[in-house]
Design a protein around this ligand. Structure first.
Ligand code: PEP
Ligand code: MN
Length: 265
């Protein structure tokens, strides 16, 4: 496989410009709400990122929701607004693309296209992202194996797009005490098998706010190249995933713990 270490021994470095990288040997921190909700919220989260020297912000404008009646995002208009505010502050945008028709319209306003867990094996989407000259982060499928995640990456890579990031976000197991089961095993295994950077999402991985920091730090010590987690100025009021979202005080604390842990690794 092209994404394997056998094909390419040197770790792939993702250069997002302005000296922002996702790469082996660095610790990328990506935070922001589950859903982009309003201009006020965007400004609050951007300010939080700036205060903590975080250069990448996450958020969904097209949301895959389990219920069709749930909030599905602000769409392209929300993305444009977000881009304007974030880029003015020097912050890169990580956001989910749900279907092929969105790739082009989103292109000017995105730094990393996120492929969600539910789309992890949407091979049409992966094929089209293979033709794009922009970074793509692929999340592991809800019940996806490590091998399936690597095969999904292979779709994009073989299409010509080598700016790829892998993301462990928890898998569905028999355990119902947590939303998902964060598979920490996947991190050293993916790092050994592939030259691509590996990011961990403890928010979706455990789904319980109070335990997100522990799992984030476990991800750091397991060898991850970055952590992506949900934060919001008032998590209780978030339109989606509030139960697993940190407030800014918790987020600020986690950022310094991540950096301290990484320095000790
Ligand atoms: C998200 O990042 O908010 C999200 C929907 O993630 P996942 O695809 O991993 O469920
Ligand atoms: Mn979410």
């Amino acid at each position: 496989k092209l994404v394997s270490k056998k094909w390419k021994a040197k770790p792939t470095s993702i250069d997002l410009g302005d000296n922002v990288f996702i790469k082996d040997g660095e610790m990328a921190i990506i935070t922001g709400p589950c859903s982009i909700e309003s201009e006020e919220q965007i400004r609050a989260v951007v300010a939080h990122c700036v205060e903590n020297n975080v250069k990448m912000m996450r958020g969904g404008v097209f949301k895959p929701r389990s219920s069709p009646y749930a909030f599905r995002g602000l769409g392209l208009e929300g993305l444009k607004l977000w881009y304007e505010i974030a880029h003015e502050a020097g912050i890169k945008i990580v956001t989910e693309v749900m279907q092929t028709s969105q790739i082009e319209e989103m292109y000017p306003y995105v730094d990393v296209y996120q492929v969600g867990a539910r789309n992890s094996q949407n091979f049409n989407l992966l094929d089209e992202l293979g033709k794009v000259d922009k970074a793509v982060m692929i999340k592991r499928g809800i019940s996806g194996t490590i091998e399936e995640l690597l095969q999904s990456a292979e779709y994009v890579f073989s299409g010509g797009n080598e700016k790829l990031i892998l993301c462990e976000r928890g898998i569905r197991t028999y355990e119902r005490a947590s939303r998902n089961t964060l598979d920490l095993n996947a991190i050293p295994i993916l790092k050994a098998k592939s030259h691509l950077p590996v990011i961990v999402d403890p928010s979706h991985g455990i789904g319980i706010r109070a335990y997100v920091p522990q799992m984030a730090l476990a991800g750091v010590m397991s060898g991850a190249d970055g952590i992506i987690y949900e934060s919001h100025e008032i998590p209780e009021k978030a339109y989606s995933d509030g139960q697993q979202t940190l407030d800014f005080a918790q987020s600020t604390r986690l950022i310094s713990w991540i950096r301290e842990s990484f320095a000790m690794r």
